[in-house]
Design a protein. Structure first.
Ligand code: CA
Length: 219
């Protein structure tokens, strides 16, 4: 999953980026509001983490712009403790949730999962198509009796496929779920991850569509 982080505080930003990478998100970090708007126009994200006090364009104006262009893109705002009015305005402008700084990374990750879940296919936290299942909280996957904990990148890849069962995802599609802007994409990374996931879960867990990409079956 690809996440945009708009945060001008270097320490908070760097800590969130590290934690999100460890939790298998591809994350792009921008430090002002104008760049945040540009990024949402040029990339497709599953979620935006939006600081409200941003240089160039204020976070609330970023949120307004995002909502005009994309009704459904989930946004979690990050605010200071004393900024009650801003939090209320943010929620009224269509933010999905908020976190008060300083926050615990574990809570941020849990709220992200909850917002993504609400926006997606309903209340179940488990992604699956019947035979293949994936738990975002633990990264445990199962496929017809095989069970394994996936690495962060294996998880990111399988999650991308399970979010769109029946759709064929190309190498570029999958790379977009796994790597943020500043990360070097290793050649053959996608093939390697497919290989290691199949080794853990069985060869039939992911289907190869020759010359086009990969897919998991619809339920
Ligand atoms: Ca700020």
């Amino acid at each position: 999953m690809r996440v945009l982080l708009a945060e001008d505080d270097k320490m908070i930003g760097a800590a969130v980026v590290e934690a999100l990478k460890d939790a298998a998100y591809a994350v792009d970090w921008v430090r002002d509001g104008g760049l945040a708007i540009e990024a949402t126009r040029s990339e497709s994200y599953h979620l935006v983490l939006l600081d409200l006090g941003l240089p160039a364009v204020d976070g609330l104006d970023v949120l307004k712009t995002i909502r005009v262009a994309n009704i459904k893109l989930p946004v979690i705002i990050l605010t200071a403790r004393d900024a009650l009015d801003d939090r209320v305005r943010g929620l009224d402008l269509g933010a999905d949730d908020y976190l008060i700084k300083p926050f615990e990374i574990q809570e941020l990750l849990a709220r992200m999962r909850a917002v993504i879940r609400r926006e997606g296919s309903g209340a179940s936290p488990i992604l699956g198509n019947g035979r293949l299942q994936l738990d975002p909280a633990t990264r445990e996957a199962s496929f017809v009796g095989e069970r394994a904990i996936l690495s962060a990148r294996e998880f990111a890849l399988l999650q991308a496929l399970l979010l769109r069962p029946g759709a064929i995802l190309s190498r570029a599609d999958l790379e977009g779920h796994i790597y943020g802007w500043n990360e070097e994409v290793e050649s053959n990374a996608v093939e390697f991850l497919i290989h290691t996931i199949r080794k853990k879960l069985g060869a039939l867990a992911i289907r190869n569509v020759r010359g086009v990409g990969w897919m998991v079956d619809r339920a």
